[in-house]
Design a protein around this ligand. Sequence first.
Ligand code: GDP
Length: 237
Amino acid sequence: MTARADGDDTGGTASGDGPAAAGAAAADAAVREAGRLLFARPWRFVLGVPSLGLLPPADDPEIAFAGRSNVGKSSLINALTNRRDLARTSNTPGRTQELNWFRPEDSDVRLTLVDMPGYGYAEAPKERVDAWTRLVFGYLRGRVTLKRVYLLIDGRHGVKANDGEVMDLLDKAAVSYQIVLTKADKPKKGGLEAVVAATEAAVAKRPAAYPGVIATSSETGLGIDVLRAAIARTASE
Ligand code: GDP
């Protein structure tokens, strides 16, 4: 693997010459291969959880995806898993109100992806927002097996106020999270770099934020391999 996708900042850098750089490049290639293999197997939907009382026992490591409604979360999960319809995509924001569990089929890999219901849908009634808050905040605060949250931010707009509220919660609960920009194909030339820089600055001082912003596009595939590698690395930590 020679090319690095834009926004690749998942840990190691492989610039420079000499044995150290060659070692870093080999490690980078290995983790990308681990990411590719992890998502080359079929993934399946296991469980939808509408309330905290119905959470499954905390056993296998979990990695969760959170973000505003319409941020492109379902599209991203489908792109990661090479599936058209594993997570439902829709133009109806705020529809899904369950935590959805996905696992690799026939696998010795003990990892669960958790798709969290989107937030920030302006027209959502108060009871719905309250139910969302109870479910999501309850899960995020108390889940011992949760290894990392990938917090999706729209690559056209950057961090919004309610994204900041979710980061506040994660910082307080000491839940590790990394920012993933979605729809990176959308900004005009130079616009994506500006959003990446502004987003990095917005999380730089946040205690639970994992360094580096991963820019992705479910449309073009940009950064999907980088995110797969980041997840494989997190799963093996
Ligand atoms: P969710 O509500 O966060 O699950 O968002 P969806 O995955 O349903 O996507 C919301 C809308 O954004 C849909 O119209 C998608 O086609 C569109 N979308 C999602 N990802 C991308 C992307 O990477 N690029 C572009 N251009 N559009 C996207």
